[in-house]
Design a protein around this ligand. Structure first.
Ligand SMILES: Nc1ncnc2c1ncn2[C@@H]1O[C@H](COP(=O)(O)OP(=O)(O)OP(=O)(O)O)[C@@H](O)[C@H]1O
Length: 272
């Protein structure tokens, strides 16, 4: 059965709609360590959803469950109205979930353009053998892929560096290229793992603007982990707060800011 919620419009005029991803009672263990303890939350179409929490709270583990890198021992992952069986990350990617990584994972020796093109791999239907047999179809596919990639390169304002090897770029631009590559997959859900980590103030402002513009222009639903609280509260529609593997808060930035358990977790108040 598909869960639905009444769509609502955010103060800046965007529509947040049906439940896109529903995490139900997720528990993830590494040996004796319970990294995620029976957590439920949803991600709705069109929203920017943040997952925050102190170090070791379980945020990366949760992102890795969403992206299929880890399969939880307990709980259910629902995506686009269907329960997802245990899957490998490439299968999850084919379902329309793309991600960026905390430590940039680009091909340093390849140009920006070629790196972004690798984001189209999940869309390529024509294998090498078929390319030889059906040249026309392969060419059409190549043209389509190029069009999507060029649009994203324009949108993220990286035309000037399209032929530059990624290894020569400053950190902030590499992060933008990584975002471009993830977008090239035209994902339904985009996962961003600490998109602002290691950035200066100006780079953070640029990245915030691009995340908001991507959400607005492409309608991409975005889930992100981020340590910079100012950024999270500025750009997110709703925030899940984790601490020691538990969910301790869930709501709009204002709701979460006023939650005493969240305040205590961030101030390091001792647990019972
Ligand atoms: N592969 C793993 N093997 C064993 N334990 C792990 C593994 N990954 C995470 N953990 C443990 O699970 C808990 C949650 O870690 P996780 O990295 O998900 O937290 P986090 O909120 O992302 O932390 P940070 O903000 O520091 O990145 C921690 O106790 C961590 O040591």
């Amino acid at each position: 059965m598909k869960d639905t919620v009444v769509p609502y419009t955010t103060p800046d005029g965007r529509t947040i709609g049906d439940v896109l991803m529903d995490m139900r009672g997720i528990t993830l263990r590494f040996g004796g360590v319970e990294a995620i303890k029976n957590i439920s939350f949803d991600i709705r179409e069109g929203e920017i959803r943040a997952i925050i929490g102190p170090n070791g709270a379980g945020k990366s583990s949760m992102l890795n469950v969403i992206s299929g890198f880890y399969n939880p021992q307990d709980g259910e992952v629902w995506f686009r109205g269907a329960k997802r069986p245990p899957m490998k990350p490439f299968q999850v990617a084919r379902q329309g979930i793309a991600r960026t990584f905390q430590n940039i994972a680009l091909f340093e020796g390849m140009t920006v353009l070629d790196n972004v093109m690798t984001g189209r791999l999940t869309h390529m239907k024509t294998g090498m053998f078929a390319q030889a047999l059906w040249k026309g179809r392969a060419e059409r596919e190549e043209t389509e892929n190029r069009e999507v990639v060029e649009r994203i390169i324009d949108f993220l304002e990286i035309q000037a560096i399209r032929k530059t090897p990624v290894g020569r770029l400053p950190y902030g631009l590499k992060k933008r290229v990584e975002l471009a590559r993830a977008l090239a997959a035209e994902p339904k859900l985009l996962l961003l793992d600490e998109p602002m980590a290691g950035m200066n103030v100006e780079e953070k402002e640029d990245m915030s603007r691009f995340i908001l513009d991507v959400n607005d222009e492409f309608g991409t639903t975005i889930a992100l982990i981020e340590h910079d609280m100012g950024v999270v509260m500025d750009i997110s529609d709703r925030v899940v707060v984790m601490d020691y593997g538990r969910k301790i808060g869930d709501g709009t930035p204002d709701e979460v800011r006023g939650n005493q358990e969240v305040i205590d977790a961030y101030l390091g108040v001792a647990h019972d």
